[in-house]
Structure formats: C-alpha cells, structure tokens
Design a protein around this ligand. Sequence first.
Ligand code: HDE
Length: 722
Amino acid sequence: MSQPKRSPANTPKTSSGTDKQKQLLASTADATGNLTTNQGLQIPDNHNSLKAGVRGPTLLEDFILREKITHFDHERIPERAVHARGTAAHGYFKVYKPMGQYTSAGFLQDPEAEIPVFVRFSTVAGSRGSADTVRDVRGFAVKFYTNEGNYDLVGNNIPVFFIQDAIKFPDLIHAVKPEPHNDMPQAASAHDTFWDFVSLMPESTHMLMWAMSDRALPRSYRMMEGFGVHTFRFINARGESHFVKFHWKPKLGVHGLAWDEAQKIAGKDADFHRRDLWEAIDQGNFPEWELGVQIIEEGKEDKLGFDILDPTKLIPESVVPVQLIGKMVLNRNPDNFFAETEQVAFHPGHLVPGIDFSNDPLLQGRLFSYTDTQISRLGGANFHELPINKAVCPFHNFQRDGMHRQTVNKGRVSYEPNTLATGAEYRVDGGTQGFQSYPEQLESPKIRRRSPSFDDHFSHATLFWNSQSPAEKDHIVAAFRFELSKVEVAEIRQRMVDNLAHVDAKLAARVAAPLGINTPDAKAAAGRLGFREYRIENTVEEDRALSMAHPSEGIKTRKVAILVADGVDLLTFKRLQQELLDAGAACKLIAPQLGTVKTSSGKQLAVDHTFTNAPSVMFDAVLVPGGEASVAALSQLGDAVHFILESYKHCKTICALNEGVQLLGTLGFALESNGNQVMEPTTGVLLADARKTADGQIAQAFIASIAAHRHWDRLNVDAVPA
Ligand code: HDE
C-alpha cells in the first residue's frame, strides 16, 4: 500500500469549491426507479401488508413490512447535547493574499483557490424542533475542506464565553437547559436554574451582557458576526508563532430583532432564520462574510492588560485592528438535511499545519469533547467516513473496523512499523512535515487551580456596556428585567443585580427597579461569593465595534411589505417599488385576500400574501400606497391597522403616500396639505404626497431609512399596544 507523500512543496494549493460537491455526488441518490427492498428486491405493492385473508391478521413472515417498519423505528439519532437546532449551507472561501508571513496553512496562501466550506449555524439551548428566534447565543461553525485535511473553525456569534474552564461546561448547560424535573422552559434562559448558576459565577458577567443584548436576537444568520472566541496560534514555515483571534464580518451588517418581535416570530414562523438562509441562497442572494484576524506577536500579549488565555475577555478592535484576509460565500443549499446538516461533525481539534491551539482551558476541554460526543450521536468511531465529513484530500491510517465501517481496507497489514506492506512510507518526511505542534516551553507544577490573571470578571463587561448606544443600553436593561422577572426565587434576582453593580451602578439600579428587590449592593456580591475585588484597567473606555448601531451599506434582501386592497393607486408606488427592487430589496404585496387586487385605474395586481399569513414581523419595512378605496378598506381591517402599529412598535421604517397616510391615523400622523418634501415626523416614519414630491426623492429617503435597520430611538413606542 503506497502513500502519496504530502509536504508544502507538493501539496496542491489550489482546490475548487466544486471538489466537495463532486465527492458528495458519489453518495447522492435521486428518488427514481421501481421501489425495492434494501436488498434490491422489487416491491410490487407498497400499500398492503401480507395478511391471512384480506380481513385477517398480518403475517410475521412479511419481511417487506418488517424491513420498512424497522428502518423507520430507527430513523432518529440523538440530537446534539448543545446546538441541537441548526441549519447549514455549502460555499467556498478565498484568501485575499498569501498569509505565509504568519501561517503555513495551505488554504491561506493562494488567492486563486476556492476552498470548499460547509457552515452550520445554530442556537445553543433549544432542542432540534425549537424556534429559531429565541434569545440565545448562535453557533457559527465552518468546515474548510482543504488539501491538507479538514479545518474546523467552530465559533459563536459572541466573542466571549460564560465560563473560563471546561470543567464548568456541564454545569452551565445543565443550568440553562429545561429544568430536569419538568423539562421546562424550552430554548430559554429565563428561569431559576440558569440565573442561580450564573449569579454564582461572576466570570459569566461579560457574556451575560452580550446574551442580554440584541446580539442574541439576530435578524438573520446572514447579519451576524462570527468569532473563534479562543486565542489560537498561527505558525509560519519558520516555526514562528503569533497569537490570533478569528472574526467573521457579514457583508450585510450586524442587525437584531426587537424582543417582542422575536417572541412573535417564534410562533408565526419557528423556522424564520432557517427559511431566511435557505431562500436567500435559493434566490441567488449568496451571503458573504469576510474572515478577519487580530494578530498579536508572541511576547507582546502582556501589553493587552489581561490574559489572552481567558475566554471571558476580548481584544478591542481599536487596540488590535482586525485585518480582513479573505471572503466566504455560501452559495448552495444542502440536498438532504439529515445526511448533511445533521450528520456534519465539527471539532475544534480538526486542524491543518500552520494553525495551533493556545492553552485556553476552555479550548483545551473542547478538544476532548467533540469527537467523544459524535461517537454517541453518530453511532460509532467511523463518522469521518460520512460523505459530509469526509476530507477531500487522501487520508490513510491503520484505524480499522468499528460500527458502520465503509472503507474496504485491502491487504494484511494494519499496523506500523511493518515490512510486509511494500512501498509503504507512513511517516511524512521523518517527522518534520505535516502537522507540527508548536513546541511551547512548559515548566510548571501540575496544579488544579485557576490562574490569578483570570480573576477580573467585570472590566470587560463595563467596556461592553460603555460601548453601547443609548437604545442598546435600554434593550439590555429590558432583557435583564424580563429574564429576572421570570426567576421565582428573590435571592437569585438580588444576587444577580448585586453582581451587575460591579459592571455599572446605573445599569444595576435600572435592572433592579421593577424586580421587587433591594437596591443593588456590589459589596454584598463580593462578600457573598468571596471573589477578589480586582479589576484590570481597560486600555480603552469604549469600542465602536462592540455596538451594533451602525447602518448597513444598502438594503439588499430587506423585505418590504406593500399594503394594498382594491382601489390602490398604482401610480403612487410603481416607480418607488422598482427603485426598491433595483436596490436589492424584496417587495411583497399584502392584501386582505390572495389572487389579485384591482387598481384605481382598473389593472389587476397579483397579491403575494394575506395579512393573516404574513404578519408585520416577517418584514423589515412597510409601504402604504395611496388610493382612496384601498385605504378605506384597509382602515376597516384590524389586521391591516395592527400591521402598522406593530411595525411602528418594532421601530421599522414606515412610508405612507397620499391617502395611505390615513392608515397611520391611530398613531396621530397626518400629511401636511402643502408638503412637497418627504416628511419625517418621527424617526423612520416617512410621509409624502406623491403628486408633489419626486419619486426619486421618496425612494432615496425610504432606502436610507431601511438601511438604518431599525429606529430604536423612536418616540412613544411603549405606548403602542401591539
Ligand atoms: Fe461547543 N459543543 N462546547 N462551544 N459548540 C458542541 O459538539 C463543548 C464552546 C460550538 O454545528 C458539541 O458536535 C464543550 C465554545 C458550536 O455541529 C459538544 C465546551 C464555543 C457547536 C460541545 C464548549 C462552542 C458546538 C455538541 C466547553 C464557541 C455546534 C454537538 C469546554 C467558540 C457545532 C457537537 C455544529 C457543539 C462541547 C464550548 C461552539 C457537546 C465541552 C466556547 C458552534 O461536543
């Protein structure tokens, strides 16, 4: 058995996004041909089992029935212990320029090479059938199928984590999952056990700030950042190491949902994020992210003021800028959810030469967990042979047999060293090629203790808080209040706000106000939990990149609802609709019934949705065209008025033209009779008389307003009963 030798010199550096697709095709089957059993026997009748007479009992002999039912009985596999609910897509990654100065990783050298990737997004706490839009961290796991082996970057959409040491992970997950006695609540952290645990673990405070922010309510997987979280190493061909933090930056910007909206979507369309990704790819709107790295020279990490091995800390981008080094495009939906999305097995220990770990104690524990969990989830040690997990480069070793083994290994030799397998050379270049662990010098006692450099639990939580816009701060306060109001035991609520007093006294006081507890007391928290009141000095007071309050570059794939009924004035919105479409938005006509509506000039317009099947929470913006009869009909329809009120409450852009403005009457807005400009009586509410105002002017204002995403600082939102 001969082994093709791979070294940087002879490793083909170019690979194509279609390589993986070709490999997968070999295992892909179409549902064509006559029905057969799994043994290939043709089945003449798939409707009736074999019986002793047409009204008699079914015969045990019916092996066709037995095979079918038996297979069905075993169709389910255990869901992932965490990140059970997810969705995935294929695509490719391309580096912008050779990264040889920092890393020898082959897939980061050739700007011409398209590296196939498979990316799975997920929520963490909920089970497989739970809703997409719950408040939770999102998983962002990328498998690069490189010519040097699979590289998995298994990250989240939040750059820090709840705990510092892997040994606390089972406790954290037991606390957040549904409570064990009654299995409630599903996919939610708003319950006693979660807050009991985290209020006793001050190291979780920074991550809690993120989890209570809009980061935990993404508008779309396509509008989410990704982070490697831990510090990793890049190793170059000279064996030099640099520390590295990984970032994914979405081209569509980073945006969130309103909490009330997220809860409603969970009921109206539990598959909201899954559908959003699927439809975008299906329609050719391929989502893109840029891969960013923060590189820290070995030896300079101490200057950051905190320990880079501590996964509850982040490196502010204003301190170490993110260099964008490549682009990932997702351009193909999977053919089969189970075979691909469910069976894909990620592992932070799937590495390629040129990338290595740091000693982050959370990462170190993960290195054990991921292979281990696949063995029970995917039923044995051969999960690497599943088509979605298979490397695109050759792989050889003497691991053999086990459940569901696919490979037919030839020959008598399944050990090394040997002399019986002629021509075999199993060591790559005598140990100097292939993957080399970074030879870090270690001289320390074996010890079960946390490093004192991990003792600061609040300074980065304060940095995050200080970096938020006023509206983002309001959302964080509201989220803490909501979650803690669900906590039945008052001492837990108290303990939590006492901890928050270490982040910011005002934040803690605001959270505590409606919770029926005492004023937050930072000293009590420290005394109770016995933590060292130690804070590092933040090198920056705030960091712009930690806030989501930045408009998008455009409105690509944003969804605009156009509310119509018979008598709608097409002239008021025809050109505007075209400009929205030209800007990449999707426009849908919502009417009281499916079929068509008749315009005021007698034309028929095809309706996309009804008010009942497409509520406002499915859209980013609303347009109410003119047309007396249309507006009169909509004003009588509770669902149409509710559509506007709810859009207002969720801070979405609303544009009303001519008579359409009357539909906003309940909100107290009216058109000025002599107005020839677009009026904006409160942020994101645009009123215009299309007879006097140029279409281009209305379109420009509407598009800019949608690109702002949401108008969080809009007036009187809480007064709107939606
Ligand atoms: Fe995971 N994690 N994790 N995790 N994780 C899993 O592996 C685990 C952690 C992350 O789409 C499991 O195959 C431990 C941090 C993602 O298939 C399991 C610890 C981060 C996914 C597991 C962590 C992650 C997982 C469950 C602490 C962000 C979904 C199923 C030591 C950097 C991957 C599986 C997918 C999945 C263990 C902490 C991200 C049980 C022990 C930190 C995105 O092995």
